[in-house]
Design a protein around this ligand. Sequence first.
Ligand code: SF4
Length: 511
Amino acid sequence: MIKAVMNGGPDYGQDVGPLIRAFFPDWDNTIEYGTHENETGEDGTIEFRLSQERFEVVFKCQGKEIRREDDFSFSPPGCYKNSGLPDRRMYRNHLHRALYSCLSEATGKVLPWGTLTGVRPTKQAVEMKRQGVSDETIVSYFGNEYLTSDRKARLACRVADNERRLLSGLSFDDTFSLYVGVPFCPSICLYCSFSSYPVKQYATFVEPYVQAVLKEIEATASMLRDKKLVSIYFGGGTPTTLSAGQLEKIMKKVKSCFNLTSLREWTVEAGRPDSIDEEKLRAILENGADRVSVNPQSMCAKTLELIGRRHTPEDTVRAFDLARKCGFENINMDLIAGLNGETAEDFRFTLERIGELSPDSVTVHTLAVKRAARLNAEMDSYKDSMSGEAHLMLDLAEKYMEEGGYEPYYLYRQKNMSDNLENVGYARPGKEGLYNILIMEECHSIAACGPGASSKLVRTGEEYGGGFMDELADDGEYKVRKIERAENVKSVKDYVERTDEMIERKRKLFV
Ligand code: SF4
């Protein structure tokens, strides 16, 4: 049982929480405050004794006291001299390193990203590259400042290069992307935290959903006439749980309502191989989508059964071959590292099977145990099958992707990922998914339709300094300055009954 106590001084409770969780995922996120005497007497207590001038981090673990202390006379380490880090951030980073060192010694764990716990660890590399800082300097800065491994820092540099290349020339002020969410799946995966419904049990909601989303798409188009649509993404859920006719209806509605002359990409996440057939693929292709995702997650039959996917590796091969035969020249495949019951060798097997298919892009996720997932609720039954080898799997993926001619082009993290690892999108040149970068970097507006969809208005322009408008926020991440959101209700029943209200929420945001 881990207990965190903040004893006096500046309040860094919010800052140290994610790092404690990275070492102890079961920690209950509670920080106690006040000046407590002898807190370290209790086993499992991490105590922070802070003042403006110095600090101590003490961790009592298995009867032993691990202690780090320092005064605040330090200057930023590393060679990124013009970092302009505000004092609070310097203090925070110093404290993080001391905490990391205590917890790493106690647990024997090494986190490849070191003390970096934010969603977009590459963001700072992008910013440094923009200022002309070299790869070597960035790698050394990440190592000194955040204890990030050379391997991950170099990955961040490669992603930053590719991301900058892909976004160059795209204006953010007058463009937007469209997302359409389909909230049904053939079955619900063990780790799923999305609001998706098993299509057979919710069959009576499918047609009302289609009618509602058609209405929402039409109304949304009328709100964004002065902006250019550059990318469309149909996700969910699994869009291909709809019939070919329903998919066609929705795609035709998009084509008739929006001006597609600036469109650079249209992705339909076919997703589950057990939902794909030739009629649907032809409907998708003939209506203008040029990129599909066929997602195996794993090519090990025993894993697919354990995680409730209800399709076989052979179904994946069949769906992939069908998509190629229909004429898709840009096919993505999603994999998950760290799935229950898998070893690094199982993951290597998956990479080799995927390599034989030669998809145009591969997105490698790390398993994240989200609160809303069945995996979390039933953790007692699955604890023994949790994989401890996700970090090895990601290293393997990097190697196989490099050998296959793929470049990493976007990278992000979610909460509760094992070992604080990452998701990486790899693609062959020219086959990248632009929408993936746009949504992660939050650099332009997204109009989103369907249950649970979240629309974003990103304000850019002169008054915010133009371009990315990044600023160094207190939590150490670079953030776009002004984002407003409108959320749709998650339940498909509510969505169908309250479509007009969802449209109104969007109107308030965009008009
Ligand atoms: S396919 Fe995706 S959205 Fe559907 S249940 Fe599985 S994880 Fe959830």
